[in-house]
Design a protein around this ligand. Structure first.
Ligand code: NAD
Ligand code: UDX
Length: 480
């Protein structure tokens, strides 16, 4: 029986390994983590992450050929293939702070592998890492091992949160990079055989190590660039009376462009896009390519602009002040169908509103109050350094109110901001919401979830990203 150990039981390690276990009954999969709380949750009825379809997959294999454990050393020692799926956040201090990837967690994992391995291992980079990381990892492993051979493979993960199980069951492609030596090629084949249990062979791409590592960063940069492109056009739509949904539809009908990832929004979020583009920017700078670095940096600048443009629109529409006004925020997660709030645009929008002294009241179907309060108290880039995080103390000042109900959040509010495209927000009773609010009642839709015309008929003054503006808003141009 092939034995797999995955270091890191997070959003990638957990679902990815659960699907490998489901699809490969002849493989034993153990997921290990330094976080006792996370492993305890993976072994309980309440999994540590919300992902549609995940519970079902875990229930089918846990205890059969899927195990979660904190005994890292034991399972590394037993494994043939070790996936490393630890967090690779943006560095917060030192050389490259604010851009470069922090490989501390990765290096610790590699040193642990070198320490405990007594037989040959295939080590798989599942985390997103800077191109050339495999070379550094190889050095750590080789210089610390005692005669054990290691083959390093790059096997970046392309799943998106909210659709992780669907993406893993039916991936557009699986990418495996390895050394072009006989041993390297043998290791690539061994990993390929695992995926070949359910992924058609023509979707398993094999490349050299550096192409695989760079493809992941480049893929995320391309995807984020599409969103920043359509968001840049959304600002021009608002200025001219064009409708961004119509423009995006017309663009996407061109088969060379395609229809997906062209939804204008309050900005992209999530743990990957900003972090990986910053990483790409840093790598370009290190290679003496400032023009290339600036090109990709602008994708992030447009994203920041889109978030601040939204806040400015809210404040300027409401007589240039939101001070002491209740603003309801519907949705805090960075996208629907996840409870993940890492780099969610809601953080910047809420901080912007709080900066203007608004009384913010938040409802999200999957995000806990503790998570929201902590996100709003954290400094930029601190979110992905979980080992440093402490639970909030009971005496700490809570920056916002959080409710478990959209109607409670909106009751008595002057304005509503929709910041996540949860399906349930399409079905809310907006007449009831309007009646319970202060007048004039404002609706700021950062995800184009509601029909602006219907909202206007109810009585709201409506702002939807990239849509023709109400005369109220035209008369009060946002300071952008
Ligand atoms: P995560 O923070 O959810 O999980 C990482 C886990 O690794 C944590 O539970 C942490 O406790 C654990 N860990 C850290 N150091 C460890 C060590 N030395 N030993 C054992 N466990 C350790 O992160 P994630 O979202 O799963 O992302 C992991 C990697 O995958 C990142 O590089 C990320 O860029 C990449 N990625 C993420 C996504 C996504 O959608 N989240 C998609 C593709 C790729
Ligand atoms: C992304 C990549 O899609 C995935 O391939 C990679 O493995 C990890 O990073 P993820 O961050 O989980 O996945 O979600 P994604 O669906 O890409 O959405 C990212 C952000 O972009 C979200 O905030 C989403 O709301 C936003 N978005 C997405 C838009 O604003 N408009 C769109 O058209 C699409």
């Amino acid at each position: 029986m092939v034995k797999i150990c995955c270091i890191g039981a997070g959003y990638v390690g957990g679902p990815t390994m659960a699907v490998i276990a489901l699809k490969c009954p002849a493989v034993e999969v153990v997921v290990v983590d330094i976080s006792v709380a996370r492993i305890t949750a993976w072994n309980s009825e309440q999994l540590p992450i919300y992902e549609p379809g995940l519970d079902d997959v875990v229930k089918q294999c846990r205890g059969r050929n899927l195990f979660f454990s904190t005994d890292i050393e034991k399972h590394i020692a037993r494994a043939d293939i070790i996936f490393v799926s630890v967090n690779t956040p943006t560095k917060t201090r030192g050389l490259g702070a604010g851009k470069a990837a922090d490989l501390t967690y990765w290096e610790n994992a590699a040193r642990m592998i070198a320490d405990v391995a007594k037989a040959d291992k295939i080590v798989v980079e599942k985390s997103t890492v800077p191109v050339k990381t495999a070379e550094a990892i190889e050095k750590i492993l080789i210089h610390n091992s005692r005669g054990v051979n290691f083959q390093i493979l790059s096997n970046p993960e392309f799943l998106a949160e909210g659709t992780a199980i669907k993406d893993l069951f039916n991936p557009d492609r699986v990418l495996i990079g390895g050394r072009e030596t006989p041993e390297g090629k043998k290791a690539v084949q061994a990993l390929k055989q695992v995926y070949a249990n359910w992924v058609p062979e023509d979707r398993i791409i094999t490349t050299n190590l550096w192409s695989a590592e760079l493809s992941k960063l480049a893929a995320n940069a391309f995807l984020a660039q599409r969103i920043s492109s359509v968001n840049a056009i959304s600002a021009l739509c608002e200025a001219t009376g064009a409708d961004v949904a119509e423009v995006a539809y017309a663009i996407g009908k061109d088969t060379r462009v395609g229809p997906r990832f062209l939804s204008a929004s309050v900005g992209f979020g999530g743990s990957c896009f900003q972090k990986d583009i910053l990483n790409l920017v840093y790598i370009c700078e290190c290679h003496g390519l400032p023009e290339v670095a600036n090109y990709w940096k602008d994708v992030i600048k447009i994203n920041d602009y889109q978030k601040s443009r939204f806040v400015n629109r809210v404040v300027s529409s409401m007589f240039n002040t939101v001070s002491e006004k209740k603003i309801a925020v519907l949705g805090f997660a960075f996208k629907k169908d996840t409870g993940d709030t890492r780099e969610t645009p809601a953080i910047d929008v809420c901080k912007g509103l709080l900066g203007d002294k608004a009384k913010v009241c938040i409802y999200d179907p999957q995000v806990t109050e503790e998570q929201i309060q902590r996100d709003l108290a954290l400094n930029k880039f601190d979110w992905d350094h979980p080992v440093h995080l402490q639970p909030m103390s009971a005496t700490e000042v809570k920056p916002v109110a959080v409710t478990r109900d959209a109607y409670e959040a909106t009751k008595g509010a002057h304005g509503v901001c929709i910041l996540t495209e949860w399906d349930e927000f399409k079905k809310l009773d907006y007449v009831r919401i309007y009646e319970s609010m202060q007048k004039p009642a404002f609706m700021f839709d950062g995800r184009n979830v509601v029909d602006p015309q219907k909202m206007r008929e109810i009585g709201f003054i409506v702002y939807s990203i990239g849509k023709p503006l109400d005369s109220w808003l035209v008369d009060r141009p946002a300071v952008v």
